[in-house]
Ligand binder design. Structure first.
Ligand code: ATP
Ligand code: MG
Length: 255
């Protein structure tokens, strides 16, 4: 599942790590691929990602096997992370001259032999070659949308890119899931944006939206997901519920 939105700060990383942890806590085996040079998903999962750590850069640019960079996430059984280091910032340019530059992540994932139920890929806030690699490697796209004005601006471009990748490189790719994030039910704007997103996307929008929650934003500074940092908080419960919807959708049950 590719977690993408080229708009910055909409909750891609927060959604990736907390959904991944929720699915793992339900008993699934889950790999998070950190595809953002900022390395925020690696930080949030408590994974070392200083410059010397074997990382997704080595996989994409040096063709190193994914199994050599994947690390188990401390505290969450069944959760794994392929970290990103700052090297990845150069990959966007280095990839340009490499063969099969759009499908390097796909090849690495196909060759990865460990049993997994889900792979979640955290994309950077751009539509460059890193995001294209994610779209070529993935089966479905999850778009987090922050309930703010401008939320839908720029989405058209992401959807066109999904169509292009589907047309040329990955025929089964589709936008399966929209998740409303940082929802503040007290504001009229948030509910207007939510209504607009629901009328535009319909079925794909999860019923569960993620509330704005201080606990969610504090967790990464402890190298934790909100699921281990404060399991009873509204933020943790909403991600568990969103994960349950995704898991049921995956087996064809719509709530
Ligand atoms: P980027 O485009 O830079 O990769 P992103 O889309 O991955 O950003 P996040 O890093 O997940 O977005 O979130 C942006 C900021 O909002 C972070 O500081 C995060 O802690 C905070 N945040 C995300 N979701 C919530 C929430 N539900 N409640 C409160 N704060 C949140
Ligand atoms: Mg991010």
């Amino acid at each position: 599942m590719v977690v993408a939105n080229q708009k910055g700060g909409v909750g891609k990383t927060t959604t990736t790590v907390n959904l991944a942890a929720s699915l793992a806590l339900h008993g699934a085996r889950v790999l998070v691929v950190d595809l953002d040079p900022q390395g925020n998903a690696s930080t949030a999962l408590g994974i070392d990602h200083h410059a010397d750590v074997p990382s997704i850069y080595d996989v994409l640019v040096e063709s190193r096997p994914l199994s050599e960079v994947v690390q188990p996430v401390p505290d969450v059984e069944g959760l794994f992370c392929a970290p990103a280091t700052i090297d990845l910032a150069g990959a966007e340019i280095e990839l340009v001259s490499l063969v099969a530059r759009e499908s390097r992540l796909q090849r690495a994932i196909t060759a990865y032999e460990q049993p997994l139920d889900y792979i979640l890929i955290d994309c950077p806030p751009s539509l460059g070659l890193l995001t294209v690699n994610a779209l070529v490697a993935g089966q479905e796209v999850l778009i987090p949308i922050q309930c703010e004005y401008y939320a839908l601006e720029g989405l058209g471009q992401l959807l066109r890119n999904v169509d292009l990748v589907r047309g040329h490189l990955n025929p089964t790719l589709h936008v399966s899931t929209i998740l409303l994030t940082m929802y503040d039910g007290r504001t009229r704007l948030a509910s207007q944006v939510a209504d607009e997103v629901r009328s535009h996307f319909g079925e794909e929008v999860l019923r569960t939206s993620i509330p704005r929650s201080v606990r969610i934003s504090e967790a990464p500074s402890y190298g934790q997901t909100v699921l281990t940092y404060d399991p009873g908080s509204s933020g943790a419960l909403s991600y568990l519920e969103a994960a349950r919807e995704i898991a049921l959708k995956g087996v064809g049950v719509h709530l």
